[in-house]
Each structure stands twice: as C-alpha cells, then as structure tokens.
Design a protein around this ligand. Structure first.
Ligand code: AMP
Ligand code: MG
Length: 288
C-alpha cells in the first residue's frame, strides 16, 4: 500500500515546528497574510490538498482500526479563532476528508443553563474523543479564558487560575493517551470585514452570520490581549499552540492538514494484524 510519509517538498519547513508558538512571540506581530514554511503558491493548493487529505484519511482510519484491536489512543484537534477565521472550513475541507466513523466533532457556543451550573470543564470532558477517534473542538475550553475574560463574564480571580487548571487538564488528557493539536487561527481585521460583508451579501451565508460578531469585532484589542495571555500561559512543551495565519484559506487548510498528519504519524501505528489465520480463511471462503 502506498503510504507517502514525506512532507511534500512544497514545504520548506515542517509546519509543526515552523508554526509552534515560541515564548516571546507577539500576537500583534502576526501577519495573517503570511504563508510560513510554504514555498508553493495558491495554484499548487488544490492538488496538494487532495493528496494530503488522502494521507490524513488513511492515518485516521488506521487509528480507528487499531482501536478495534484494543489501542486506546486518540487525537484531539482544538480550533480557536475569531469569527470568520475559518474554523468551519477546516472542519469541512480537512477533517471532512476522513472516515466519519472515526471522527467526533463538537462545537462550543454560549453555555446552556445546565452547562453553566457545572464547572466549565464539565461539558468539555463529556465531549472528549473516545479511543481511536479524531476529536475536533470548534472552539473549546479556551473560550473560558477568551470571551469570558473579554466580557468579564466571571471576575478575574475566577478566570485567572484557569490557565494553570487547563494545563493540568491537558496533561491529564495526554497521560491518558490523547494527542492534542492546538491551533490558533488568525485572520486580520480587514479580512474579517470582507468575510462578514460576504456573509451579509449571500443568502446561502446568512446562517453563518451573527449580529454579535460585530460586537466581538469591536473588542479586537481586548481579544488580542486575551489571545496573547492564552498563548503565553498555555503553550506547553507537551501541548504547544500552533499559530496559523488564515487570510489565505488555502494555506491555513494545508497547514492544519500537515499538523494533523504529523500528530498521527507520531503514534507510529501499523495496521492491526489479523486475529485469524488468513490462509485458512481464504481456503474456507473458496469453498463457501
Ligand atoms: P459560533 O462559533 O460562531 O457558533 O459562536 C459561538 C459563540 O459562543 C462565540 O461568540 C463564542 O465566543 C461563544 N462562546 C463559546 N464558549 C463560550 C463560553 N464558555 N462562554 C461564553 N460564550 C461562549
Ligand atoms: Mg460565528
């Protein structure tokens, strides 16, 4: 079976290294138009994306297949970004290329009354990927140090300890066999305006528009600050954040695909061996 493991030569640097948040990196300096590590162009993207989607799908299926043989590991993709950054596009065009049998998608919006009556990690724990699955969080527990902080939904002495608590929580996940792929998606203020305008121009996009998106947009500086602290405090060696510039959707999708492939490859999986005698079964089948 063809398993092209090598990073395509169109990448000059491995995205999981190139995009990893480094201490001292500043959100204010992120160029959302950039395409770090990629030396190809937009015209290379469709073919490459299709090729790498296949590779992702193969590895994802292998993870699932291994779980049927008792492997309890899983992968969790955490997507954070402002409205229009392209979280939904990653879900549709990247993760959507996998086998739905082994994908667990969950989006996190404003908590329900029931969710609010519990600890903020309660709804998160319930949504964690089960063995063999690639889980996707479209927003996540990080909302509890982003929108919650920006809107003062709880006082500082409540959100402040959450950074350490989240690190401990993620360590617990890693210890239990879940690999985390944390992706912070950055779109520029100008590009966001274009994307919101497009949503207002197209009846097939109204469903993505929410008048509250403008209110969040008006708080951009406060969000930048909240994202900065999130990255400073929760990008750990075991669960680093990756900074993905998102003004060019073709780039962000290629980059996240490589981050997923890399994470799956690190699991060093082979196809589970048969728990039956293949030759004997072939003979039985020929007679059946
Ligand atoms: P969307 O992802 O476009 O469907 O929007 C979901 C909205 O829910 C965003 O504005 C989020 O910031 C908001 N949200 C998600 N989690 C929380 C939370 N824990 N507390 C308050 N708002 C949240
Ligand atoms: Mg939205």
């Amino acid at each position: 079976m063809n398993e092209p493991d090598d990073l395509p030569t169109l990448w000059s640097h491995e995205p999981h290294r190139q995009l990893a948040f480094q201490p001292g990196d500043k959100v204010a300096d992120i160029d959302a138009d950039a395409t770090p590590g990629f030396r190809g162009s937009k015209s290379d993207a469709p073919t490459l994306q299709a090729e790498r989607n296949k590779r992702f799908a193969q590895l994802q299926e292998k993870l699932y297949a291994n779980s049927r043989a008792g492997d309890t590991r899983s992968v969790l993709l955490v997507l954070q970004g402002m409205d229009t950054a392209g979280k939904g596009g990653i879900v549709k065009h990247v993760v959507g290329s996998g086998n739905p049998q082994g994908i667990q998608y969950r989006s996190f919006g404003k908590p329900t009354a029931e969710e609010l009556s519990h600890h903020y990690l309660w709804r998160i724990r319930k949504a964690l990927p089960t063995p063999g699955h690639v889980g996707v969080f479209d927003r996540s527990h990080y909302e509890d140090v982003l929108i919650v902080r920006v809107h003062n939904l709880v006082p500082q002495d409540v959100w402040e300890p959450r950074y350490d608590e989240i690190n401990a929580f993620e360590q617990e996940l890693i210890d239990s066999g879940t690999s985390l792929v944390k992706v912070a998606m950055f779109v520029s203020l100008d590009e966001q305006k274009k994307r919101l305008a497009e949503r207002l121009d197209r009846p097939d996009k109204y469903w993505k528009y929410n008048p509250a998106d403008i209110d969040e947009r008006l708080k951009w500086p406060a969000y930048q600050e909240a994202y900065q602290t999130m990255l400073d405090r929760t990008s750990t060696a075991q669960a680093p954040w990756h900074i993905v510039p998102c003004n060019r959707k073709w780039y962000s999708r290629l980059a996240v695909t490589e981050l997923l492939i890399e994470s799956l490859k690190r699991l060093n999986m082979s196809w589970p061996p048969p728990d039956f005698d293949v030759e004997a079964e072939k003979k039985r089948l020929a007679r059946a």
